[in-house]
Every structure is written in C-alpha cells, then in structure tokens.
Write a protein that binds this ligand. Structure first.
Ligand code: ZN
Ligand code: FE
Length: 241
C-alpha cells in the first residue's frame, strides 16, 4: 500500500478518513462530517487537503464540505445521481468512472439503497475500499432510498473484491451489528469468535474498522443472506432489534 490512511473519529460514531498519497503529496478526505477536526488532523501532519470524496449526500458525510473547500480550495468529487443534494460538488462520478489521487486511481462502484445514488471507491492497487454507509462490519446501511434487491446486488458487487481488501466504512457500528448478527446466525462459529474480539476491542476503546471483505463474507449476515427475501427479513429484524 502506498497511501497512508488516518482515522478521524467525529460526532457520535462517524469515521472520517484522511488519505495521503506521498508521491504527489495529495491529501483526500472521505466523507467529512465536520470540518475542524479534519483540518486539524491534516495540519498536525503538515498535509494540505487537495480533495474531498463523498459517498452519499447525508449531512454526516458532507457537513464539512463547504468549510474545508473554503479553507483549502480543494476539489470535491461525489455521486452524479446526488448532485442536486450536494451543492458543493465539483466532479460528478458514477460506476465505470475512476478518480485519481496523484498516481493512484480508484474505481467508482454504484451501491444504491441506503441513498438512491450512494457510491463506493475501490483502490485496486492499494487493496482498499471506502464504502460509506453501504457495508459495515457485520452490518449494512439502512434502506432509506432503496430496496432489499438493490442492497442484495450491492453485496454481490462488494463480495467480488479480493478477500484481503481493507474495507473502510463510515461508522463504528460493529458491536451493535454483531449482537444482531449472533441472533441471525447462532451457529456461525467464526462470527461468535469475531464478536468476542470486538467486545474486547471496544472495552479497550479501540476502533474495529477497517474490516476486510473476507471477514465480512464469513460473518456479515447481510452479505451472507442467500436471497433478496432473506436480506429483507434480516434488515427488517435489525431495524427493530
Ligand atoms: Zn448515511
Ligand atoms: Fe452516515
């Protein structure tokens, strides 16, 4: 991996990701919920933010756009399908497009369902994916603007990435997700073992993100749902859990 990735915990449980590409010295922020802690984290390292990449329009992913752009003049890239809901966008992208951070490039993957235009960014050369609120550790995003069928399709796209792909999601929801996952799959030994690790990590105050595609294939009840119906059932059960 060439890029350096810094986790910035903000609000209740959001993670903003600061990504530095050393050759070009480009610095990109994924989903800045807020501006100040992000700019402070960059300044601490002597980094100048050059780009923001948004995965979807929700305010806890775009709330820092305007202030960071005003302070740095950075370029903001985000989902074409949500351009009306993210007025600060400069560059609009969709599946099939790629976005560059200096010499490294990420492919855009359409993953609608949490919001209608949600996208993910996959850096194949770095083995890294930024998935916003679509895939979480042992969970998936709520279906605010889409269907179980769309989320099922998203899971099929993401499970095709290499198993050792590091998956950077936008919230620390792991422990709560795991508690539901244990109910959905009571006989999954790998899940039970993971949950023991997660509980211990959270007791020590540690973050559980990033996860990996391999770990999610083994323990995520939404990625593991065998049909649209099963995903729909599990999503409804988790919403009420
Ligand atoms: Zn969201
Ligand atoms: Fe969010």
């Amino acid at each position: 991996m060439v890029v350096e990735i810094v986790r910035i915990p903000v609000l209740n449980d959001n993670y903003v990701w600061l990504v530095h590409e050393p050759e070009s010295n480009e610095v990109m922020v994924v989903d800045p919920a807020v501006a100040d802690p992000v700019m402070a984290a960059a300044a601490e390292r002597g980094w100048a933010i050059t780009q923001i990449w948004n995965t979807h329009w929700h305010p806890d992913h775009t709330g820092g756009n305007e202030a960071i752009k005003a302070a740095t003049g950075c370029t903001i890239t985000g989902p074409e399908a949500e351009k009306d809901r993210i007025p600060t966008l400069d560059v609009m992208v969709k599946e099939g497009d790629s976005v560059s951070l200096g010499p490294v490039t990420a492919d855009v993957i359409d993953v609608p369902a949490h919001t209608a235009g949600h996208i993910a960014y996959h850096f194949a050369s770095e083995n890294v994916a930024f998935v916003g609120d679509t895939l979480f550790a042992m969970g998936c995003g709520r279906l605010f603007e889409g269907t179980p069928g769309q989320m099922f399709e998203n899971m099929r796209k993401l499970e095709k990435l290499p198993e050792d792909t590091a998956v950077y999601c936008a919230h620390e929801y792991t422990e709560a997700n795991g508690r539901y996952a244990l109910v959905a799959e009571p006989d999954n030994d790998e899940l039970a073992e993971r949950m023991r690790d997660v509980v211990a990590m959270r007791e020590r105050g540690e973050a559980t993100v990033p996860t990996t595609i391999g770990l999610e294939k083994a323990t995520n009840p939404f990625m593991r749902a065998r049909s649209i119906e099963e995903l729909a059932e599990r999503r409804a059960a988790k919403d009420a859990f």
